[in-house]
Every structure is written in C-alpha cells, then in structure tokens.
Design a protein around this ligand. Structure first.
Ligand code: GUN
Length: 289
C-alpha cells in the first residue's frame, strides 16, 4: 500500500512556488497577493484561513485577512467584495464558507470577479472547467488531481466513484475525473445520500473519492482489493486524549480500508495540505496574468 503523502507533496510544490515568486520579485514586480474574507467565528473556518495565511508567508506572497462579525449584512459583504474586485494590488481573493444563514452565499460568489475568483466557485469558472477550458479549478479538486499526477496514478479507463455531490468537491471532482486530461478519462459514478446499494457500486471502483463529511463512512467491506482511495473528509471529532480536545477524522475508516488499497491518502496530511497549496497555485496563475 502506497501512502499518498499530501503534506510532503505540498511542501515540494510550495518550494516550487517560492522559486517562481523570487523570480517575479527579481523582475521588479510586486509579490502575488491573496486576500481572504472571514465572517464569524466558526472554529474550522478560522483554522483553514489561518493555514492559508501561513502558506502565503511561506512562499513569499502578500496576504490580507478581512475579518467581520457574523452580524454584518449581505449588502455590507457585497460592498467588501466589490472593493476587492477593484483593488489592483490584489491578485485573487476568497470568501470563506460557510457564511451566516442570513447571507446568501450564491449572491456573494456571483459578485466576485471571475478573474480574481481563485477558489474557482464563480459560475463562469465552474462552467469553463466543465467545458475543459482554461479557468480556476477549485482548490480541493485541483489538489487531488495534483496528487494523482505526481504519484503517476493512471486514471484512463478506470471506474472512479465519487461519494458526495457538493459544489466545492464532489461535483467538480466528478467532472474533472471524466474530462479529457492526464488525470481524467475515467468512467465516473457520482453517489450521494439518495444512492441505493452504495456498497455494490463502491466495490466496482478502481478509484474512490470520499467527500461526504461522515467520519469513518467508507469501511473495508466497501472497497475492492487494489483500489486507490482519496479521503476528502475533515470532520472534527471530540477526543479527550487530543491536545485540542478534538481530532480530524476522514470519511474513510483508514485501518480497515488501507490494507486493501494500492494507494490511499491519510487524514490529516493527505488532501488538506494540497487544498491550501492549490489556492496558492491559482493565486500565482492570476498574478502571472
Ligand atoms: N469552506 C470549505 N472549503 C472551502 C474552500 O475551499 N474555500 C472557501 N472559500 N470556503 C471553504
């Protein structure tokens, strides 16, 4: 079983990005600049945005964090988005999700300039990616394709089962895996909460991408011998023995599934670090124009 080490790969990619940033600065241009909007105090969101800001520092990007109370109005947030759209010192920005219930996330995403939408959430980017055109691919799916690419995992003609149909992971991932690319050309099945006989389907999979947010959902009996398993789950589960009082748990029951796999991503240290580095790659892409 090959452990797909997302942390190591992310460190390698960050070193490559840093080299590019050094070149940009040597040529007399300013450093790439990523901004993030964070609304409210959700623990997970605070951690994720913290990782993104830290990663910017590591590669020599400038970063700006705009933090607002969860009582702000949708109108206020739309105004902040238009200020970032107009700010020529900023190459790309993200609005961390989820947003408070009284703010319509679709309205916010639609207001982001697609050219600065380094999360790849705007319909223009989603549409372009669907059509195989050059665009920002959202960070988690991009990170997964980088893992497949760097570990030379062949995907052509394979049956890929994606569990989960979220806009952020499952849906774009299913499109990329069936696309005409080096890490695509799969036959893809998308499963979700209404899927019947899920185990029958996952047992046919050469590649399983678990992105449903249910800790330990994918068990050993659901996986074929030799499958490649990508675990996108990052749920905080209470654990008194952990320093923080919780531990990150993936959607895959690692101890049962890993002995059957030809390759598998761990949690933590698999997809998570690759998501952050993919956001940097998209910001670099924007900075280079
Ligand atoms: N919430 C969970 N994942 C993401 C992400 O990749 N980007 C943003 N903006 N919010 C998220």
């Amino acid at each position: 079983m090959l452990l797909l080490d997302g942390k190591k790969l992310a460190d390698e990619l960050k070193a490559e990005i840093k080299t590019e940033v050094d070149k940009i600065i040597q040529s007399g241009k300013r450093a790439p600049h990523l901004a993030a909007i964070l609304v409210g105090n959700d623990g997970g969101s605070l951690t994720y945005v913290g990782h993104k800001v830290k990663a910017c520092e590591q590669v020599g990007f400038k970063s700006t964090l705009l933090q607002f109370d969860d009582s702000i109005t949708e109108e206020f947030l739309l105004n902040e988005v238009s200020k970032l759209n107009a700010n020529t010192e900023i190459d790309g920005f993200i609005v961390q999700l989820p947003l408070p219930k009284h703010i319509n996330a679709d309205n916010i995403i639609m207001a982001i300039d697609p050219q600065k939408d380094v999360d790849g959430f705007h319909p223009v980017n989603v549409g372009k990616v669907t059509l195989g055109m050059n665009a920002y691919i959202s960070a988690t799916p991009l990170g997964i394709t980088k893992i497949l690419e760097r570990y030379n995992i062949s995907t052509e003609g394979k049956h890929c089962v994606v569990i989960g149909r979220s806009n952020i992971v499952g849906r774009p991932m299913s499109i990329l895996m069936s696309g005409q690319s080096k890490t695509g050309n799969c036959t893809v099945t998308v499963c979700h909460s209404k899927t019947k006989n899920l185990k029958e389907i996952t047992l046919q999979a050469d590649i399983i991408i678990a992105a449903l947010g249910k800790p330990g959902f994918l068990t050993g009996e659901m996986v074929k011998e030799g499958a490649v398993v990508i675990d996108v789950g990052t749920t905080r589960v209470n654990d008194a023995t952990a320093k923080a009082g919780w531990r990150l748990k993936g959607d895959v029951l690692f101890d049962e599934v890993s002995p059957k796999c030809s390759a598998i991503t761990p949690v933590p240290g698999g997809v998570g670090p690759m998501t952050v580095v993919s956001l940097l790659l998209n910001t670099l892409k924007s900075a280079k124009g």
